[in-house]
Design a protein around this ligand. Structure first.
Ligand SMILES: [Zn+2]
Length: 391
């Protein structure tokens, strides 16, 4: 936590503290003067006989509010499951999983990720699967919530196919633990459709969508527009997350139509993303395919169609393109419009969490897919992962 306070919030809190300290000292001086003279009824101008000395003190300069804000997004996270057995948990209580990227994640004003599972020590009703051999349900120990807090996460999506793995008990405990840790979340229909957090006087709104039962539906565009426009009216910067699209290496392209996978309508992520930006969204972070997908700028707002597997321990395939992913850092103005960004490529292996990828596979993939799927976009991705506009 110390690192987060120093790197992320410390400077601006420090600045705020100075301003408050100056204000308080003025206030207390004023009070003190009145108290010392015992004259609290009449203003000085009426009691003094001579002219007042001119105040030559220069006015206190208040630094203008910063107009650039950095938001980091990552994809799927499941830090280990104690179900069906504790043997699926990582060593050292999971403390090492995010070690290599914790500093980067903590450095943003807002950090977002998809919580692909539940947070619950024991109990809950495990989801029954038609095919038990391919049944994956995830229940992370409750103290793992601290790993997200220590890495600086502000917003987590709980709209996905695993937030209901342990029924209502799992969802309630997950929400309670996130609240305790001070992490905002959204994505459940009717109860937790959006969250708002304020940082340094800037209001950020977040909402999250998926095709799964109980979640805010990625298929109901009218409702999605309604949630986003409400947030846009209330907040400076609106972040929308979706868990959608077909999965795997053969579904890395954005098809610009509805995608069906395992007999389930996984949404038209292109149409959805454009609809929420039309309604006032500023950044769209997609995930769900377990591989990286393209990015584009639409109306000057950044869409990431899939951020892939970011930190998925134990029960996830990390083969081929499922084993690497981008950390996307976006810099926006107070109006949420894209200014620039940076992609940091990571990779995972069975034994460890995300590590910086010297082969930069996620950057290469993003360049190729973006050129193939969105040749018209103004977004430029350099070989080093810098995001700018072509003009
Ligand atoms: Zn999923």
């Amino acid at each position: 936590m110390l690192k987060k306070v120093l790197s992320k919030k410390g400077f601006r809190f420090g600045g705020l503290f100075c301003i408050i300290a100056i204000s308080v000292s003025f206030l207390s001086c004023g009070e003190k003067a009145a108290a010392d003279t015992g004259n609290v009824a009449l203003p000085a101008a009426l009691t003094d006989t001579g002219p007042l000395p001119r105040d030559t003190t220069p006015p206190v300069e208040v630094a203008p509010a910063p107009q650039r804000f950095t938001i980091i997004g990552v994809g799927d996270m499941m830090l280990g499951t104690n179900y069906p057995s504790a043997s699926y948990l990582p060593p050292n209580g999971g403390r090492d999983l995010l070690a290599e990227v914790r500093g980067l994640l903590s450095s943003a004003d807002i950090t977002f990720g998809n919580l692909e599972g539940t947070i619950l020590d024991k109990g809950g009703t495990a989801k029954r699967c038609n095919n038990p051999s391919a049944c994956y349900v995830f229940r992370s120990p409750e103290n793992y919530v601290q790993h997200f807090a220590d890495a600086g996460f502000d917003f987590l999506s709980i709209a996905n196919n695993h937030s209901g793995d342990f029924g209502a008990a799992g969802r309630e405990r997950t929400k309670a633990k996130l609240k305790e840790a001070g992490i905002a979340f959204a994505g459940l229909a009717g109860t937790d459709e959006y969250a708002v957090v304020e940082r340094d006087g800037v209001k950020y709104g977040m909402c999250a969508f998926a095709p799964n039962s109980g979640t805010s539906s990625i298929l109901d565009l009218a409702k999605a527009r309604q949630i986003v426009s409400k947030l846009a009216a209330e907040c400076d910067i609106v972040l929308v997350s979706f868990h959608g699209g077909a999965e795997g290496a053969s579904h890395q392209n954005v098809p610009r139509r509805s995608e069906t996978y395992y007999g389930e309508n996984r949404g038209d992520v292109y149409k959805f993303s454009h609809a929420v930006i039309d309604a006032g969204a500023d950044i769209v972070f997609g995930h769900g395919p377990h591989v990286t997908r393209a990015m584009e700028l639409y109306k000057g707002r950044l869409i990431c169609y899939s951020l892939g597997n970011f930190c998925t321990y134990g029960r996830f395939s990390l083969n081929g393109p499922a084993g690497f992913a981008p950390i996307v850092s976006v810099t926006v103005g107070r109006d949420g419009a894209f200014q620039e960004g940076q992609v940091t490529p990571i990779y995972q292996q069975k034994a460890h969490g995300p590590k910086i990828d010297s082969q930069k596979r996620a950057i290469r993939t993003l360049i190729e897919l973006t050129q193939a799927d969105f040749p018209e976009t103004e977004l430029l991705i350099t070989q080093e992962g810098k995001l700018t506009t072509k003009k």
